[in-house]
Design a protein around this ligand. Structure first.
Ligand SMILES: Cc1ncc(COP(=O)(O)O)c(C=O)c1O
Length: 507
């Protein structure tokens, strides 16, 4: 069968990426009948040569057109125009089988792959009275700036009256957008307040990005382990999450490139600073390499920077967005961990077309983030409350981190492992593999009066059976010590049933 030569004119000066232009042209030619069903298209290498573009642009364009149902690939025979739009595959049948480049570290969750509901039930038990609950994502509650908030709300109502209670525009309260611009520009991000969208917390920022960039069945790459709230979003939005393994410097780029080539993700989600749950920080060289890779393959990055400023020692690195020369990074963060979670205020910084789409999705989601909260937060930022709060929080978090490390050394069973986080609020602990899993330990732990976040929840594939995330930030030192003591006791009581583990006395 003859291959159909494609006649395509690409605009190299356009802002539209080459592979997107290619998709548009091929799609138009199929829809107009210029390329009838059954036509064989040139091999990606030949088309790349003919058009003088990179092969990956053609590979990406063909993959997208296949996912949309316009093309089909037949092993060894080539790429063909499909029989018609009816042949679009369902998201489930489209799902590639999980690839495991270089080993075990990459995994996929499907849209319907909810974690065992019993895990969630277990997490609920943590709220029992008297339980020291290490499982939350909360910052230190006793330092919330309650009186500053009271002052802010009074000042805003005195100043703005009923205007403060009206609908706000979806983009957010303009003076707050300007304060966010100033805040992120101090981190090295160059943007105008036109690029700032105020959201209902960081969580909504992530969700809006997923909604605006991905369709059902599309793929988002995450680090593994990753923030469990991202996995929840992937499940509820019915997109697939593919976890790529990490080393000490963050997401592994050798694996990432393989996964991009094989699975054509729509988004890469990373937490470069004080990653949740591991606490790791991506150094500058890895940040630059990640940006280059994402740029080369035209995959946008969603940077979750909610812990960016939670550093109490070690090097500081600019956010990815500050290093982004091509507008491929969307930056989300919020004033939740560092100020008041319950005000539910976050933001998204993005360029051009991304921003416009995000505003539309935000409006559809909830019209706007509550105006009174935005104005009160703006007042607090203008009055220096954030700087005060951060200084106190970082001093206290470092103290609590040190208490947690010492308590872990004293109370956790021999063979347990953890890294020393230089910031953030979490200790990511691995218990000895020879002993009970964290799920098996959980009931005993709650009965002993302590709870933690189960490791499995942070993985796309149910790994993490011996991992737990401990939030040391939310507890006073005395409770941290007691919590670890209870943890050690619970483990020891259960471990009697595991003959292969070392019977060392524990405090
Ligand atoms: C990495 C990460 N991103 C986002 C969020 C959600 O934060 P927010 O309260 O701002 O919605 C959390 C909360 O734990 C988090 O750990």
């Amino acid at each position: 069968m003859l291959t159909h030569p494609l006649s395509i004119l690409l605009d190299r000066d356009s802002e539209e990426p080459i592979y997107r232009q290619l998709i548009r042209h091929v799609r138009a030619q199929i829809e107009s009948g210029t390329l009838p069903a059954g036509t064989r298209l040139p091999a990606s290498r030949d088309l790349a040569r003919q058009l003088n573009i990179s092969r990956i642009s053609v590979v990406n364009a063909y993959a997208e057109l296949r996912a949309e149902g316009y093309l089909s690939a037949h092993a060894g025979r080539g790429t063909f125009v499909s029989g018609g739009r009816e042949s679009i595959e369902s998201p489930t049948s489209m799902m590639p089988s999980p690839a495991r480049p270089n080993g075990q570290h990459a995994e996929m969750i499907g849209a319907n792959n909810y974690p065992d509901r019993s895990l969630r039930e277990l997490m609920r038990m943590a709220r029992r009275p008297g339980v020291i609950n290490f499982s939350t994502g909360a910052p230190p509650t006793e330092f919330f700036p309650v009186s500053h908030l009271r002052e802010a709300i009074n000042a805003v109502i005195d100043r703005d009256g009923s205007e403060a209670l009206a609908y706000e525009v979806p983009e957010g309260y303009a003076p707050l957008r300007a304060s966010v611009r100033d805040y992120v520009s101090a981190l090295g991000i160059r943007c105008s307040s036109e690029h700032v969208l105020i959201t209902g917390g960081t969580q909504q920022g992530i969700d809006l990005v997923v909604q605006s960039l991905l369709s059902e069945g599309d793929l988002v790459i995450t680090e593994t382990p990753t923030y469990l709230g991202m996995l929840d979003i992937a499940r509820t939005r019915r997109v697939r999450a593919f976890g790529v393994g990490m080393d000490d410097d963050g997401i592994r780029l050798d694996m990432l490139e393989n996964v991009i080539l094989e699975h054509h993700p729509r988004l890469i989600y990373v937490m470069p600073s004080f990653q949740n749950p591991t606490g790791r920080v991506m150094p500058l060289h890895r940040r630059r390499q990640l940006l280059n890779l994402a740029h080369e393959y035209h995959v946008p990055i969603l940077e979750d920077a909610v812990y960016q400023e939670f550093r109490f020692e070690g090097e500081t690195y600019p956010p990815l967005k500050a290093l982004d020369e091509h507008g491929i990074v969307i930056h989300v963060s919020g004033f939740t961990k560092n100020l008041i979670p319950g005000l539910r205020i976050g933001y998204v910084i993005s360029d051009g077309i991304h921003h416009e789409r995000l505003v539309r999705v935000k409006q559809a989601a909830d019209i706007s983030t509550p105006g009174l909260n935005q104005r009160a937060l703006h007042w607090m930022l203008e009055h220096g409350v954030l700087a005060l709060q951060m200084e106190r929080n970082m001093r206290e978090l470092k103290r609590r981190r040190d208490v947690a490390l010492a308590a872990a050394r004293r109370s956790l069973p021999p063979g347990s492992k953890w890294e020393k986080p230089h910031g953030g609020m979490y200790l990511w602990v691995e218990l000895p593999k020879t002993g009970p899993t964290v799920a098996e330990l959980y009931i005993q732990a709650v009965q002993t009066g302590v709870a933690y976040a189960l490791g499995n929840l942070f993985y796309t594939n149910g790994s993490g059976s011996h991992h737990m995330r401990i939030n040391f930030g939310a507890h006073k030192p005395v409770d941290i010590e007691e919590g670890f003591r209870r943890l050690g006791r619970a483990w020891r009581e259960l471990a009697c049933d595991y003959p292969e583990i070392e019977k060392a006395p524990l405090l």
